[in-house]
Ligand binder design. Structure first.
Ligand code: ASP
Length: 312
């Protein structure tokens, strides 16, 4: 994968995904050492280019790069020349002229990481673009499920909530389907995209039916910043119908796990009590995010010498 962009799970095949997950499992051991640092990416420069707020993703890419000894540079929209109206592509080209080995991009508009990748020498990693994709989140979710269940093939994964506006849902639909899971989505009708069947998933408007027999239940944050508001049910109505708590979780398998990409709207998508305790694995997801992003950085920018896309 050296020099390749990582723009979405849609572009990966099963072997790519398995390779990333296996590498992430090896990276986990580094995080358990007393000195959590290896020289693997010494002399490499990783640029975090975030045009939209982020806590987990930005911090974990930064920690991942540092654990591999890369130099990590953070640019956020407000602190860079972007606040002086420099265009996105100009900013990206300016950073590229400094020869980074990978550029990580988050933007509220779908497709921006791809546009940046088209003009950059350095490989681009999509850290979330609008409602399109968030590939490293889906990869860390797959890693978490694999480690909990020992397999992904044959599992039933129910994704609940604002599917239409969620890049996490889209990436997970591609990823879990490619690894052989049955993926279901559920939510109020305006939150289910019309083209969902073309993605090969079953959609439900009843939580009970969607959870029946599920091994994995993934709750999503309501994406108020991405919805027009016109069709949005009230938060109260949403949480009473689709908000997960222990009693609704009984519809799923007895050993089902509960996931959420964060940030959690407590009491809306998940009851606070469920968010904080097993079978919720939310903090494992966060922990796995570091190892997973170490794997991605290593696989994309980890060879000696300059990283050129033409060699990929
Ligand atoms: N943190 C995830 C994302 O950036 C999920 C969310 O914000 O709801 O897409």
């Amino acid at each position: 994968m050296i020099g390749r962009d990582l723009l979405g799970i849609e572009d990966l095949d099963r072997a790519d995904i398995e390779r990333i997950l296996e590498t992430a499992e090896r990276m986990q051991e580094i995080g358990e050492r007393e000195v959590k640092k290896v020289p693997t990416l010494r002399g490499r420069t990783i640029v975090n280019l975030f045009f939209e707020p982020s806590t987990r993703t930005k911090a974990s890419f930064e920690i991942a790069g540092k654990r591999l000894s890369a130099d990590v540079v953070n640019f956020t929209a407000s602190s860079s020349s972007l606040s002086k109206h420099e265009s996105i592509l100009d900013t990206a080209k300016t950073l590229d002229a400094m020869d980074p080995d990978a550029v990580i991009v988050r933007h509220r508009v779908a497709g921006v990481p791809k546009r940046i990748a088209d003009v950059l020498e350095a490989p681009v990693i999509n850290a979330g673009d609008g409602a399109h994709e968030h590939p490293t989140q889906a990869l860390l979710d797959m890693l978490t499920v694999y480690q909990e269940k020992g397999r992904i093939d044959g599992l039933t994964v129910a994704i609940i909530g604002d599917i239409a506006h969620s890049r996490v849902a889209r990436s997970n639909v591609y990823g879990f389907s490619k690894l052989g899971a049955e993926v279901r989505v559920a939510g109020p009708p305006p939150m289910i995209p019309r083209d969902v069947a073309t993605l090969g998933v079953k959609s439900y408007h009843s939580l009970r039916e969607a959870l029946d027999g599920a091994d994995v239940v993934m709750a999503l944050r309501i994406q108020l910043e991405r919805s027009t508001g016109a069709h949005f049910p009230s938060v109260r109505e949403y949480s009473s119908t689709f908000g997960l708590d222990r009693s609704k979780l009984r519809y799923a398998k007895d050993d089902a796990i509960v996931m959420h990409p964060g940030p959690v709207n407590r009491g809306v998508e998940l009851s606070p009590e469920l968010a904080d305790r097993r079978p919720s694995v939310i903090l494992d997801q966060v922990r796995n995010g570091v190892a997973l992003r170490m794997a991605v950085l290593y696989l994309i920018s980890g060879r000696p010498g300059p990283t050129a896309k033409e060699d990929a």
